[in-house]
Write a protein that binds this ligand. Structure first.
Ligand code: NAP
Length: 290
């Protein structure tokens, strides 16, 4: 089976290449190899590579920048998703797996969001991602699948873990928002589920996957600090203070509660998610020891 991976240089894209099953021929495309902003390149590349399946791991993920750069976010998160889906639709029997986000929800609830829950994005990023989901389902129907996830990190990406580590190493006390709750999810964990979904040609529509448990950004930061101390990644203990969202103004609004209900995925794939704290420990060991 030939599997084309777009956004192969990103966190999930790299994890997909790393964890690819041996019987799959992976066709990884980074931005240099396939710039999704260019419609002609997108269409001709998919035609030339003739994949049995496409996993779109690319996205415009700069959530705050998207507020002032909506055109660019729309181009990558919506328009290019439609072009990819159209080219996959033109190839008989090809399928597409697409990744989306908890930021399609407004967070005005306190129970985990099921895949069919009402969406109401608060940001340009969330809206453009939601429109991308819609493009996959409009164009591909049962040959398309959307996997929503949240708070993604790995050992080397631009993410919350590495940002916190850098600030902790600088030794300054940190203030982190405690009133936004979600689930940190390791990129490896998403890639593992995506490879299982590759085999499940009977599944389509919207699915949710995150690691287990819930946390605020503050909880996440405290845990990063504890692991960093244990692993000797910081010289001394760094205090983390909980603050409220208005005390840390950002360009984009974020949902206060964006825990995803992944029970349907757990049942369909018969997998048990690891707790985010356990995954964090594993990823931070990777940061410490390679
Ligand atoms: N990160 C999160 O916290 C989070 C949370 C929920 C859902 N998600 C979703 O999960 C998926 C994977 O995200 P991630 O965390 O792996 O993000 P990431 O590390 O930012 O990777 C995104 C990749 O997309 C690439 N890309 C951006 N513009 C492109 C273009 N014009 N042409 C080709 N490639 C382009 C980026 O390339 P460059 O490296 O060259 O910029 C990057 O390699 C995305 O669909 C994202 O929306 C992410």
């Amino acid at each position: 089976m030939r599997v084309l991976i777009t956004g192969a240089g990103g966190q999930v894209g790299r994890a997909l290449s790393r964890l690819a099953p041996p019987d799959v021929t992976v066709l990884p495309c980074t931005r240099t190899e396939l710039d999704l902003a260019d419609e002609r390149t997108v269409r001709s590349k998919v035609v030339a590579l003739r994949p049995d399946l496409l996993i779109n791991a690319a996205a415009y993920t700069a959530v705050d920048k998207a507020e002032s750069d909506a055109e660019a976010a729309r181009l990558i998160n919506t328009d290019s998703v439609r072009w990819l889906a159209e080219e996959i639709a033109a190839q008989p029997a090809s399928r597409m797996l697409h990744i989306s986000t908890d930021f399609v929800f407004d967070g005005k609830t306190s129970t985990p969001y099921a895949p069919g829950a009402t969406t109401a994005p608060l940001s340009v990023y969330g809206q453009t991602k939601l429109n991308g989901e819609q493009a996959v389902s409009d164009v591909l129907g049962s040959r398309g699948l959307v996997l929503r996830t949240s708070w993604v990190y790995d050992a080397s990406g631009r993410n919350f873990v590495n940002t916190m580590l850098r600030l902790m190493r600088e030794g300054r006390p940190l203030r982190v928002v405690a009133d936004q709750v979600g689930t940190p999810t390791a990129a490896d964990s998403i890639a593992t589920v995506l490879w299982q979904l590759v085999r499940r040609t009977d599944l389509s529509g919207v699915w949710h996957w995150t690691d287990a448990g819930v946390a605020s950004w503050y909880d996440f930061a405290v845990a990063i600090g504890e692991e960093a101390e244990l692993l000797g990644l910081v010289r001394s203990h760094v205090d983390v203070a909980p603050i409220a969202t208005p005390d840390y103004p950002t360009a984009a609004r974020r949902p206060a509660f964006s825990v995803l209900d992944r029970r349907a995925t757990v049942e369909a794939l018969d997998i048990v998610p690891a707790h985010w704290r356990q995954q964090l420990r594993r990823v931070m060991k990777e940061i410490a020891f390679g």
